[in-house]
Write a protein that binds this ligand. Structure first.
Ligand code: ADP
Ligand code: 5GP
Length: 214
């Protein structure tokens, strides 16, 4: 049997849709199965966030140096801040056959699709726009002005939802987490991901059938 190959999974969705919450549960419900890429950003640290856990917090100058040094797999500007995926960690995990999840916005997701055409693209949404507004307000981490900006961005992002492979409606949290896990596991079983195994078994069967024909 050939070795398991690592996969890139992109988890996008409106700000406040529940991506962070889903990821936290996925990592604790399935320990050791999934690895989260920690992004670099120029946005301010929120209360409770830690350097290197939620993000690597950078100044604009530091971030722009990372771009010039080709240290980022992809990056995008979101609400006047840069966000980007450090390349080295993702490369390392994939080499080790690990599944790596990138929690990134839509422009970055489409860049990833070009780099890794076999990446699985998931889009998380709340059941309705009014629930999104409630969640953003309920989280209490942004000023009302920023909440309004994020809702305006969500409206633009919704135009790209159809480019994703699957839409995860995050109504019941446990079901959303289970859907993400099941979709990733099903994706591993796609025939196009098992070409080495298919080659191997075809060769073995060909040997048997040769013996049969003699
Ligand atoms: P994102 O990472 O997509 O910006 P968060 O994970 O921070 O979103 O979630 C936004 C808010 O919604 C948080 O206060 C979180 O506790 C809440 N939330 C997330 N998922 C659910 C859910 N299924 N039902 C109710 N509230 C949720
Ligand atoms: P937040 O400020 O709420 O943490 O993130 C804002 C948006 O940036 C979210 O949609 C989040 O998924 C996205 N984001 C986080 N890290 C990255 C990244 O490395 N690249 C891109 N393109 N988007 C990111």
């Amino acid at each position: 049997m050939t070795e398991k190959k690592g996969m890139v999974i992109v988890l996008s969705g409106f700000s406040g849709a529940g991506k962070g919450t889903i990821m936290k549960h996925l990592l604790s419900d399935y320990p050791g199965q999934y690895y989260l890429s920690v992004s670099a950003t120029t946005r301010q640290k929120r209360q409770g966030e830690e350097e290197g856990r939620e993000y690597f917090f950078k100044t604009r100058e530091e971030f722009e140096q990372m771009i010039r040094d080709h240290e980022l797999l992809e990056y995008a500007s979101f609400n006047q801040n840069y966000y980007g995926t450090p390349k080295a960690y993702v490369d390392k995990l994939l080499k080790e056959g690990k599944d790596v999840i990138l929690e990134i916005e839509v422009q970055g997701a489409l860049q990833i699709r070009k780099i890794f055409p076999q990446a699985l693209l998931l889009f998380v949404t709340p059941p309705s726009a009014s629930v999104l507004k409630e969640r953003l307000e309920g989280r209490g981490t942004e000023e009302p002005e920023v909440v309004a900006q994020r809702l305006a961005i969500a409206s633009r992002e919704s135009l790209l939802m159809e480019q994703y492979d699957y839409i995860i409606v995050n109504d019941d949290l446990d079901r959303a987490v289970e859907s993400v896990h099941n979709l990733i596991q099903a994706e591993h079983l796609r025939a196009m991901r098992s070409t080495d195994f298919i080659d191997e078994i075809q060769k073995e069967l060909a040997i048997f059938s040769k013996g049969e024909n003699e």
